[in-house]
Design a binder for this molecule. Structure first.
Ligand SMILES: C[S@@+](CC[C@H](N)C(=O)[O-])C[C@H]1O[C@@H](n2cnc3c(N)ncnc32)[C@H](O)[C@@H]1O
Length: 212
């Protein structure tokens, strides 16, 4: 997996100084770089752009790397709402998105994402693209609320679904999230309201289309 990702990142990622700066800022702030891989970020930009999404919801902002990739795919009128537990991370992400020229298009909701999601449901908000990349224990809960918030035909993308390859390889060392991700993948594969494929890029992304 590591070699394949190095190959993808070297061949298909177009160097972007703005994204490189985000990684530098994450390091300078003493945060762990658990942003999506460069090629995964490019896939996010392409999926948002190809689907014509205008109202994007991200769960898990960190330093804004995936936020910038998502924002690059939406048109000038599009909006990104990003949910992040840690206020300092959200501030850094906002500063990075502003530097990238997306400050007017992004808003952050801080605190536990499940609470923010309930607020969005209460406010009858709707989104046409979702990116789930926060605490793995809540992936199933996030998925359920995302479906409630989804426009018909919306895409729901979730990261880290291969858990380092351990969901598919019985010889591989089990990871903390192996069982959670196996269950999540089975759920999205068999969900009556979703049409799903798993793209083995980065640590694996499921791409689900909401059929309702
Ligand atoms: C893997 S990182 C996100 C990386 C980011 N999507 C990127 O690729 O640039 C996960 C983020 O989820 C946040 N997080 C963890 N638990 C959360 C929760 N319960 N609610 C909201 N955010 C949470 C963490 O603080 C962290 O910033």
């Amino acid at each position: 997996m590591k070699q394949i990702n190095m190959y993808l990142d070297s061949l298909f990622y177009d160097q972007d100084p703005v994204l490189e700066e985000v990684l530098t800022s994450i390091k300078e702030n003493g945060m762990r770089n658990i942003s999506v891989s460069p090629a995964s970020g490019k896939l996010l930009t392409m999926l948002v752009s190809l689907s014509g999404a205008n109202n994007v919801l991200e769960i898990g902002a960190l330093g804004g790397y995936s936020g910038i990739c998502l924002a690059k795919g939406i048109g000038a009128e599009g909006k990104l709402t990003s949910l992040e537990l840690d206020e300092n991370f959200a501030k850094l992400a906002y500063s990075n998105l502003s530097k990238a020229g997306f400050g007017e298009q992004v808003s952050y909701m801080t605190g536990a994402a499940l609470q923010s999601l309930e607020k969005l449901v209460e406010d009858q908000k709707r989104f046409d693209f979702f990116f789930i990349d926060a605490d793995k224990e809540n992936y199933e809960n996030y998925l359920q609320v995302c479906i409630r918030l989804a426009e018909s035909g919306a895409l729901i993308v979730a990261d880290n679904v291969l858990a380092g390859g351990s969901v598919a390889d019985e010889e591989a060392q089990l990871k903390r999230h192996t069982e959670i991700m196996k269950k999540f993948n089975e759920m999205v594969a068999n969900h009556p309201q979703l049409e799903t494929i798993l793209v083995p890029i980065g640590d694996g992304m499921t791409v689900s289309r909401v059929k309702k």
